[in-house]
Design a protein around this ligand. Structure first.
Ligand code: AMP
Length: 573
C-alpha cells in the first residue's frame, strides 16, 4: 500500500487490503480460514506451510493441506471438551508442529489463542493463566511436570491440560483438571470440522505485555487483525506464496506468534521453524542450508552473531544467495547493525517498529538510501504517526516540534489495533487521546518525516527483546523476608540492551552480603524464570522517593546511566 495522508485515504487503503482476504459468508472473518483454508481452496494444499528443523531429529514438514486438517482436528477436540467460542487456550510450547496445530485450531474454533513463554517460571505463568481465565493449557510433558502441575490448584479456570508430543495416554488427572494426551485426542477427532463463522470483531488472540505498574496487561486482538498481519507480511517483509521464511522470535512473545505463525501463513509463505535456542554457528549455517529468502530477527541475536564473528568462532557459508530481505524488531538495531548486515548478509537489515498493542508492524525502514541507517523509518501505508509533546505525567500537551522528543502516537483506527486490556478497561482507555493511540514510546521525527526511536516513556525494561515489567520482579523479591524496599530497573548492556537489575534495601536484622544476594537471585530465577529474573542485585542504604513516599525508578535508572562504574553497594554477582 502506498503512504496515505487523509483519514479517508487510510480507510480506503485498509478496505482494499481487506479485499485480499476471502472473508466468510455474511461478512464473517476467521484468521485460520484466511491462513490455511483459503490457500487450500485456491489449489495450494500441497505447498509446504511448515518445515520444522531440530538439531537431533529429522525435520518435520507439513503442507497447507495437512496443517488445515490438523487445525480442524484440534478445533474438533475443543468441541469434544466443551470448550466454546471466546474461551482462552494457552500454549506453553516451543516452535513445533503442535504449536501451529494448537494456535490455528484454537482460532478456527472461535476460541482465543494465548501464547505463554516457556522460559517463564511459575509466577508469570500463574498470573497470566489466571488473568486470561484460560480453560485449556497445552504443553509438553516435561514443562507440565516441571512448571504446570504444581500450579493447577491455583488456576481455577483451567479445566483441561493437553500434553503435546507424547504418544502415551498415561497422564493422571490433576484434581478437577483433566490431563489428556494431545496426539491421542487429535487422532480421534474429525478432520472435517468446519471453520467457526466468527465475526471480524470476535476475539482471536491474547498477548500479555508489561508496563510500569501493576500486573501484566492482556492485550486482546480480534479476527480483523488478519488484515494488518497479511498486508504487512507482504508489504514490509516482502512475503509471497512459497517464499522460504524464518522468524527467530519465540512464540511466547507477540512477534513469534503474529510473524512466526499467522502473518506468513496468511501470505502463503513456507515457514522454516527451528526448534533449538540461539546458536551462532547453527544460525549462520541454517540461513544458507534452508535457503532462507526472508529473515525476521532481533538486534540481540544479531549482536550475538557479530560478537561470535568478531571472536573468530563463526564460519559463514560461502554465499547467502537466496536471502532477499532481512528485518529486525524489538529494540533499536542502530546504524552499525545495518552496516554489518550489508557487509555480512548482503542485504540492508530493515528496522521494523511495532508493539503488542498495535498488532502488526506500524513503522519500518524500507532498506533504501532515502532513510538514514539507524532510523526507525516511516509509517507503513494506512498508518499515520506523529510525535506529541508530553507533560510530567506522560499525557499529551500538544504536538512536538520537528526534531523534538515526545510520545510516539498513531492515528486511529487500523485493523490490527488491540481492542482492550482484558479486565482493565481503565488502563485501555488511558492509551488514547483525541483520536490518537499513545504508544508509550519516546521518539522524534525529522524534517523528512523519518522517525527515530529514543526510548520507553514508562519503566518497562526491554531485555534481550523481551518486555519485562519491573513490578512483577519487585513483587517476587518482596516475598523474601530480608527485602525491605526494592526498585527494579534496566542497566544498559552492550549485548542485550538492558539488563534487569534490582536495588534492594535490606530489612533490619538481615545482612546485605553475598549469601543473601545468592538467595535472592535463586528465588527470582526459580519463581520468575531466567528471562525475567534480575541479572544483578545491588544493596542500597536507601532508595530515592517522591514526597509521598513512592520509589522513583527513574532516578535509580538515571543514576546507573550517569555512573559508568555503577551505584554504591556490594559488587555484582
Ligand atoms: P512488545 O510489545 O513486547 O513487542 O514490545 C514493544 C516495544 O518494543 C515497543 O514499544 C518499543 O519500546 C520496543 N521496540 C519494538 N520495535 C522497536 C524498534 N525497531 N526500535 C526500538 N524499539 C523497538
Amino acid at each position: 500500500m502506498p503512504p496515505t495522508d487523509s483519514d479517508a485515504e487510510r480507510a480506503a487503503a485498509w478496505a482494499a487490503a481487506r479485499q485480499d482476504l476471502d472473508g466468510l459468508p455474511g461478512g464473517g472473518l476467521n484468521i485460520a480460514h484466511e491462513a490455511l483454508d483459503r490457500h487450500v481452496r485456491a489449489g495450494a494444499g500441497a505447498r509446504i506451510a511448515l518445515h520444522c528443523v531440530a538439531a537431533d531429529a529429522p525435520p518435520e514438514t507439513l503442507t497447507y493441506g495437512e496443517l488445515t486438517t490438523r487445525a480442524a482436528r484440534f478445533a474438533a477436540v475443543l468441541d469434544r471438551l466443551g470448550v466454546g467460542r471466546g474461551e482462552v487456550v494457552c500454549s506453553l510450547l516451543g516452535r513445533s508442529p503442535a504449536l501451529f496445530t494448537v494456535a490455528l485450531g484454537t482460532v478456527r474454533a472461535g476460541a482465543v489463542f494465548c501464547p505463554l513463554f516457556q522460559v517463564f517460571g511459575p509466577d508469570p505463568i500463574r498470573t497470566r493463566v489466571n488473568r486470561a481465565e484460560a480453560s485449556v493449557v497445552v504443553t509438553t510433558r516435561a514443562l507440565y511436570e516441571r512448571k504446570l502441575a504444581a500450579l493447577l490448584a491455583d488456576t481455577p479456570s483451567v479445566r483441561f491440560v493437553l500434553i503435546a508430543e507424547d504418544t502415551t495416554d498415561a497422564v493422571a488427572d490433576a484434581g478437577a483438571v483433566r490431563v489428556l494426551a494431545l496426539d491421542c485426542a487429535l487422532g480421534q477427532a474429525s478432520p472435517d470440522r468446519p471453520v467457526t463463522a466468527t465475526r471480524p470483531e470476535d476475539p482471536a488472540l491474547l498477548f500479555f505485555t508489561s508496563g510500569t505498574t501493576g500486573a501484566p496487561k492482556g492485550a486482546l486482538h480480534v479476527h480483523e487483525a488478519a488484515v494488518g498481519q497479511h498486508a504487512t507480511a507482504r508489504a514490509v517483509l516482502g512475503l509471497a506464496a512459497g517464499e522460504r521464511y524464518w522468524c527467530t522470535a519465540d512464540p511466547g512473545w507477540v512477534t513469534g506468534t503474529v510473524y512466526g505463525i499467522f502473518a506468513p501463513l496468511l501470505a502463503g509463505a513456507t515457514i522454516i521453524a527451528d526448534r533449538e535456542e540461539f546458536d551462532a554457528q547453527r544460525w549462520a549455517t541454517l540461513l544458507a542450508a534452508e535457503r532462507i529468502a526472508v529473515w525476521y530477527t532481533a538486534p540481540t541475536a544479531l549482536r550475538l552473531l557479530m560478537r561470535a564473528e568478531a571472536g573468530g568462532g563463526l564460519t559463514w557459508p560461502d554465499a547467502l544467495a537466496d536471502l532477499r530481505v532481512a528485518a529486525s524488531v524489538g529494540e533499536p538495531l542502530g546504524a552499525a547493525g545495518v552496516a554489518w548486515g550489508r557487509d555480512r548478509l548482503g542485504v540492508a537489515i530493515r528496522e521494523t517498529w511495532w508493539q503488542t498493542e498495535t498488532g502488526a508492524i506500524m513503522i519500518h525502514h524500507p532498506g533504501d538510501a532515502a532513510v538514514p541507517d539507524g532510523a526507525m523509518g516511516r509509517p507503513i501505508g494506512g498508518i499515520q504517526a506523529t510525535v506529541l509533546a508530553v507533560g510530567e505525567d506522560n499525557r499529551p500537551v500538544g504536538g512536538a516540534a520537528v526534531g523534538e522528543t515526545g510520545m510516539l502516537a498513531l492515528k486511529l483506527p487500523w485493523p490490527s489495533l488491540f481492542r482492550t486490556y482484558i479486565g482493565d478497561e481503565a488502563r485501555y482507555r488511558a492509551c488514547f487521546h483525541d483520536g490518537w493511540y499513545l504508544t508509550g514510546d519516546l521518539a522524534r521525527c525529522d524534517e523528512a518525516g523519518v522517525f527515530w526511536f529514543i526510548g520507553r516513556a514508562d519503566d518497562a525494561i526491554k531485555s534481550a527483546g523481551h518486555l519485562i515489567g519491573p513490578f512483577e520482579v519487585e513483587s517476587c523479591l518482596l516475598d523474601h523476608p530480608a527485602v525491605g524496599e526494592v526498585c527494579v530497573v534496566g542497566r544498559p548492556d552492550p549485548l542485550i540492551g538492558l539488563a534487569v537489575e534490582a536495588h534492594i534495601v535490606v530489612q533490619a536484622g538481615y545482612h546485605a552480603d553475598g549469601e543473601l544476594r545468592r538467595a535472592l537471585l535463586a528465588l527470582a530465577r526459580r519463581r520468575l524464570g531466567p528471562a525475567v529474573a534480575p541479572r544483578r542485585i545491588v544493596f542500597a542504604s536507601a532508595l530515592p522517593k517522591t514526597g509521598s513516599g513512592k520509589i522513583l525508578r527513574r532516578a535509580v535508572a538515571s543514576s546507573i546511566r550517569e555512573r559508568a562504574d555503577g551505584p554504591a553497594g556490594l559488587p555484582p554477582r
